[in-house]
Design a protein around this ligand. Structure first.
Ligand code: AMP
Length: 331
């Protein structure tokens, strides 16, 4: 299948690796698809798009998907994950890993029991999990990479449902085609996915549907955020506040992008307490500056303009904000 003139023609650039992955898929009758913990739209979209593509094209293979469930997406936007027994992983299988590079961020550690592992990802990674991989740090989403892998496989079909999932992942990681990482390739994939019959407004309505109570969370954030001297906006949600607002820590970052496109704000972040994980989860975003180095310093990682980190107590919030603030001292 030919996509309309993308800047980088993945099919050509990654052709040899695509063929290796196709051979592995053909070879194994038992396949499990993995993605990162605390799934966002791109993690789910790339995983479930690939699962659907495999089920559609290889009805006789056993195709599975595992991982943690998102409190509001699971069962509404994407299926609830399967619970596979330990015994399933004892017979040889292929692990396909989407949207994650680091071993400790893969949502089910049993991927490591696989007879073969292939990875498609757009995150920087410290320690590699496999040689069979397509990694593009500049790609806006893993979903468009996985879609490209599937779309370039001659003779295979991409169903409406697979297209729906891939599109949702692209929308998620590009902020609906707004972020700097959005490329001609992203739009080429979106066009090609629309040709499968998806109705894009139905997808975004489903993804971003809010409840009246969600507005109370937004109201809280708008009345409690702070701004550092050089333009870092931030808010924090202790568990006491989360329970008043009827949310869990994974939803603490839902409002972080309220601070995008505000004059004088260069970066923005949220801090959400999780006593279960013994930390505060941090989501960092920026307009232009690479904030991933700050995320790495604070036990995290991610992309130049969207990263995640962890602090061990609220005492670490100020030093982290100071690190971010220092990036903008001369702006
Ligand atoms: P979040 O703020 O959790 O939505 O994360 C923003 C982006 O950073 C997503 O692409 C995550 O996959 C990525 N990310 C978050 N935490 C980490 C980490 N510890 N290591 C690598 N990437 C991360």
């Amino acid at each position: 299948m030919s996509l309309p003139k993308p800047i980088r023609d993945y099919g050509k650039a990654h052709g040899a690796m695509y063929k290796k992955i196709y051979s592995l898929i053909k070879k194994y009758d038992r396949i499990c698809v993995f993605r990162h913990i605390k799934p966002d739209f791109d993690a789910y979209g790339s995983q479930m798009g690939l699962v659907t593509f495999l089920k559609d094209n290889f009805p006789n293979k056993e195709i599975h998907y595992v991982g943690d469930n998102h409190v509001s997406f699971a069962g509404r936007v994407y299926p609830v994950m399967e619970s596979l027994p330990e015994s399933w992983f004892e017979t040889p299988f292929l692990a396909l890993v989407c949207d994650v590079g680091e071993h400790d961020r893969i949502a089910d550690p049993r991927y490591a029991k696989a007879a073969a592992i292939a990875k498609i990802d757009h995150h920087p990674c410290r320690a590699e999990i496999t040689d069979i991989k397509v990694v593009d740090l500049d790609s806006a989403s893993a979903s468009e990479m996985v879609y490209d892998l599937c779309a370039n496989w001659r003779g295979k079909k991409i169903s409406y449902q697979a297209a729906w999932y891939f599109y949702s992942g692209i929308v998620g990681d590009t902020g609906n085609f707004k972020y700097r990482s959005t490329s001609i390739h992203t739009f080429a994939c979106a066009q090609s996915l629309m040709e499968k019959g998806i109705i894009i407004s139905d997808i975004t309505n489903c993804m971003f549907e809010k409840k009246i109570d969600d507005l109370k969370v937004t109201a809280y954030v708008l009345s409690h955020f702070q701004v550092s001297p050089h333009g870092v906006a931030y808010y924090y949600l202790p568990e006491t506040v989360q329970s008043e607002l009827n949310i869990t820590s994974e939803r603490g970052k839902d409002n972080v992008n309220l601070f995008a496109n505000i004059e004088g704000i260069h970066a923005w972040c949220s801090f959400s307490e999780s006593t279960k994980d013994n930390c505060w989860w941090v989501s960092l975003r920026s307009r232009k500056e690479d904030i991933s180095k700050v995320a790495f310093k604070w036990r995290g990682g991610g992309h130049a303009n969207a990263s995640g980190a962890r602090i061990l107590s609220l005492d670490e919030m100020e030093p982290l904000i100071n690190d971010l603030d220092a990036l903008f001292a001369d702006k």
